[in-house]
Design a protein around this ligand. Structure first.
Ligand code: AHG
Length: 337
């Protein structure tokens, strides 16, 4: 029988990486496998989202007599379930939950990682068949093993992430994750229900042609941001502008595209919301870690996102992320008075 060994599944890949570190415990691989499993379940439901009239609307009872949960609640429950019953996670923080959830059984209290996630980002796009995603972030605990995880485990600066990743439910479903060793992308092969390595060692191109920002907020942005956006639209020999504007309203999709093709994504503060919309712990830190590991840059307009020491679980931050040279160019504008 011929087995195509050129295709490496997510499990095979993480086990291969473990072999390079004989002292590794395999907990991180277990955690990634758990998240991969939850995402496959979410994927099945996301693909059925258009059948809502047949299956029943959120909050109602479907034709099988089951209660239909909103997809973001469903995604949250799947992630909590696999991580609670796995052997690698001492507790979670979720954009869907007000507070952290600490697992207090013996296995979990001896686990060295905690996980933060946005179970379904871009959820307003579900009804219209636009790509959405799950974002996750993994930290090594700072609290004592054998005892329940504490709030300090979750309120660590992004530069202390051990791993971060996202799943994009798009024209195909992909899981991309980063560790200090690099960024790799896996595409879900529906015929075998496995993620297979499709984008090894992803590098963010140093420059690109696309900028992503909500133009509807233009007059609410600070002057330097407005000047940069205006410059993106002008012909410029040094930058190769004008750039193309692309804004999906699902950060996972926008940043994924820019990571692969090069580009810049911005969610600046506005007059009404000076800290912007995006959450530091669930959205910005994981993407900052991934994009920086791939050679890009992520800031809040003043300092690297990964250097921010969080004080609250749900704190928000202005967010600028993308190709190195485009971010350098932006920084020049933001420095102007
Ligand atoms: P939500 O999950 O509530 O749909 O938010 C999505 C996030 C992010 O993914 C996206 O880039 C941004 O919010 C879009 O916000 P605006 O509609 O304000 O531009």
């Amino acid at each position: 029988m011929h087995i195509n060994r050129r295709i490496q599944t997510l499990d095979e890949f993480t086990i291969q990486q473990l072999r390079d570190f004989p002292h590794a415990t395999g907990e991180l691989s277990g955690l990634l496998r758990d998240i991969g499993l939850a995402s496959k379940r979410v994927n099945v439901e996301v693909n059925k989202a258009g059948l809502v009239d047949i299956l029943g609307d959120a909050g109602s009872t479907n034709i099988q007599g089951e209660e239909v949960k909103k997809l973001d609640v469903y995604a949250n429950n799947q992630l909590v379930g696999v991580l609670k019953h796995g052997i690698s996670c001492a507790g979670i923080g979720s954009e869907e939950l007000d507070d952290i959830l600490v697992f207090d059984d013996e296995v979990s209290t001896n686990s060295k990682y905690v996980c933060l996630f946005d179970p379904l980002d871009g959820s307003t796009n579900i009804d219209v068949n636009v790509s959405i995603g799950t974002i996750f972030s993994v930290y090594r605990r700072v609290s004592e093993l054998g005892k329940p995880a504490t709030r300090e485990d979750f309120l660590q600066a992004g530069n202390r992430q051990v791993a971060a990743g996202y799943i994009i439910y798009g024209s195909s479903t992909m899981l991309v994750y980063a560790t200090r060793r690099g960024v790799n992308g896996f595409t879900l092969d529906p015929s075998i229900g496995e993620y297979s390595l499709s984008h090894p060692d992803i590098k963010c191109p140093p420059s690109g042609k696309m900028y992503s920002v909500n133009h509807g907020n233009f007059f609410q942005y600070d002057e330097p941001v407005k000047r940069y956006i205006t410059a993106c639209q002008k012909k410029d020999k040094t930058t190769g502008g004008p750039y193309t504007q692309r804004y999906i309203g699902s950060m996972v999709a926008d940043v994924h595209r820019n990571l692969i093709k090069g580009g810049i994504f911005m969610y600046p503060g506005t007059k009404d919301r000076p800290m912007g919309k995006l959450r530091l712990l669930y959205e910005c830190n994981p993407f900052a870690f991934i994009v920086e590991r791939a050679g890009g840059v992520a800031t809040n307009g003043k300092i690297p996102i990964l250097d921010i020491k969080p004080t609250e679980l749900h704190e928000r931050t202005p967010f600028f992320i993308g190709s190195k040279l485009m971010m350098d160019e932006l920084e020049g504008y933001l420095k102007e008075v």
